[in-house]
Design a protein around this ligand. Structure first.
Ligand SMILES: [Zn+2]
Length: 453
């Protein structure tokens, strides 16, 4: 449920934006009006996709768009999977090549998987800019200076569209890009007088825990974390070091980059519901779950022209939070995504996810980033955690630090039960050798158990 806050909280700007987009005035949005709009757009999307895409023509050959008169009928339609895009993305594209302004290639997290290619028209990109313009109003306003720590060099990249969105609301975008040198990023933040920033969680944490990171304390009013899922431990660390509000954004390229963003209540995300329809399903049975139950997030694009996606399986786990958000909006709230189905490593009797490790490890002031792998040594599973330490850490504390980490990790059931011997957990501190990913790919546990058999 929602935590109660004494202070008056501004309503998410997404509500009035959505109201206007569906033909209502500010303050007039109701759940019924949104439902009616979303169903009409679902029918339009199915009709458009059936007409223009060979994939959906085949997939929905027996579906009459006009027959989808309620969400329960829609929930009987088949899903679209990431593998459908990987296999032959062109079959999902609904326009000619000349209408496509940008193609994003997403590498598979495995080494052998085919990449996914996502196609956008200029109209699709404009919808994303509109969302960024409105969504960012949760945390910045006219005259604010926002450091962008996301890729921006390609026209139509996330940083490029965010810059245009910020300009729309009268804020100044300072383009930096993903952080490979945290000290340099802090220097630019100070020089440019940034009072807000948008970045990848581990990158922003590295800035805060760098030698001069504390100099930004009191200068930032907000930080938006995006791209990877956001560990709660990183939000807590940034709030403590910088004394600023930390907002979470949820989105993926397939969604058109933006999907949802927290309002100042910092509870769940409010979603881009004029452009996207969200469902929470049981990942095993595929059935839509009741409000409040946790399952896989599935979305359908409602306004996408180039490559509409219908009932797309995200692999992310979340739920709709029952009740009203403290900001007072009529919009639903989706709980902040903490884990992915694919991120779970199956051990003998338990599963382990990078999300569980994040919540323990990032609480240590000394930790900037880490890499984790499971190896099978002499028939025994061992967990190797290579930690990139903050430059503020004294090396003399090394032994004590490793002991504290091992003790803390024991609160994770999978570690307590599946790695019971102390020699099964190996903490390495190999200086700066932990590769500092500058990409936007998802972090994961490396599983080498079956490579050497
Ligand atoms: Zn809210």
């Amino acid at each position: 449920m929602f935590r109660s806050l004494n202070k008056e909280i501004d309503k998410t700007p997404l509500e009035d934006w959505i109201a206007r987009k569906i033909g209502l005035k500010a303050g007039e949005l109701t759940q019924e009006a949104l439902d009616t709009y979303q169903l009409a757009q679902i029918r339009k999307t199915i009709a458009w996709a059936k007409e223009k895409s060979s994939f959906y023509r085949e997939r929905f050959c027996a579906v009459e768009p006009e027959s989808i008169t309620d969400f329960s009928l829609f929930s009987k339609l088949p899903f679209t999977f990431p593998r459908d895009i990987r296999h032959n993305p062109q079959r999902l594209v609904c326009t000619g090549q000349k209408d496509i302004a940008r193609i994003v290639t997403l590498k598979s997290s495995g080494t052998t998987g085919q990449p996914k290619r996502i196609f956008f028209t200029p109209e699709d990109q404009q919808l994303t800019i509109d969302f960024f313009d409105t969504g960012m109003r949760n945390l910045v306003g006219p005259g604010d200076r926002v450091l962008i720590l996301l890729p921006w060099r390609q026209p139509g990249s996330v940083g490029d569209l965010l810059k245009t969105g910020l300009e729309g609301l009268g804020a100044k975008a300072i383009l930096f890009g993903p952080v490979s040198d945290a000290e340099e990023a802090v220097k630019i933040a100070l020089q440019s007088k940034a009072n807000s920033m948008v970045g990848i969680p581990t990158h922003v944490l590295a800035m805060a825990r760098s030698k001069n990171g504390k100099l930004l304390s009191g200068r930032l009013k907000s930080v938006l974390l995006s791209t990877d899922y956001v560990p709660r431990s990183i939000c807590i660390a940034l709030e403590n070091i910088w004394g600023c509000k930390v907002f979470n954004h949820y989105g993926m390229t397939e969604m058109g980059l933006g999907g949802g963003v927290q309002c100042p209540a910092l509870a769940g995300y409010h979603l881009r519901e004029a452009d996207l329809y969200f469902e929470i399903i049981d990942p095993e049975s595929g059935q839509v779950l009741d409000e409040g139950e946790t399952g896989e997030i599935v979305f359908t694009t409602l306004t996408r022209v180039g490559m509409p996606l219908i009932r797309y399986r995200t692999g992310d786990l979340s739920r709709f939070i029952p009740g009203k958000c403290p900001c007072g909006t009529v919009l639903r709230s989706m709980e902040v995504v903490r884990s992915r189905i694919a991120g779970q490593i199956k051990l003998q009797n338990h599963s382990l996810s990078i999300a569980e490790l994040d919540e323990v490890l990032f609480l240590f002031d000394e930790v900037v980033n880490y890499q984790v792998r499971i190896d099978r040594d002499s028939g025994m599973d061992c967990l190797y955690i290579d930690i990139k330490m903050s430059e503020n850490t004294l090396v003399s504390k090394d032994k004590d630090f490793k002991d504290r980490i091992c003790r803390a990790l024991r609160c994770i059931p999978a570690i307590q039960n599946e790695f019971p011997l102390s020699k099964q957990i190996v903490i390495i501190n190999s200086g700066n050798s932990v590769p500092f990913s500058t990409g936007t790919g998802k972090r994961s546990i490396i599983d080498n158990r079956f490579n050497n058999d």
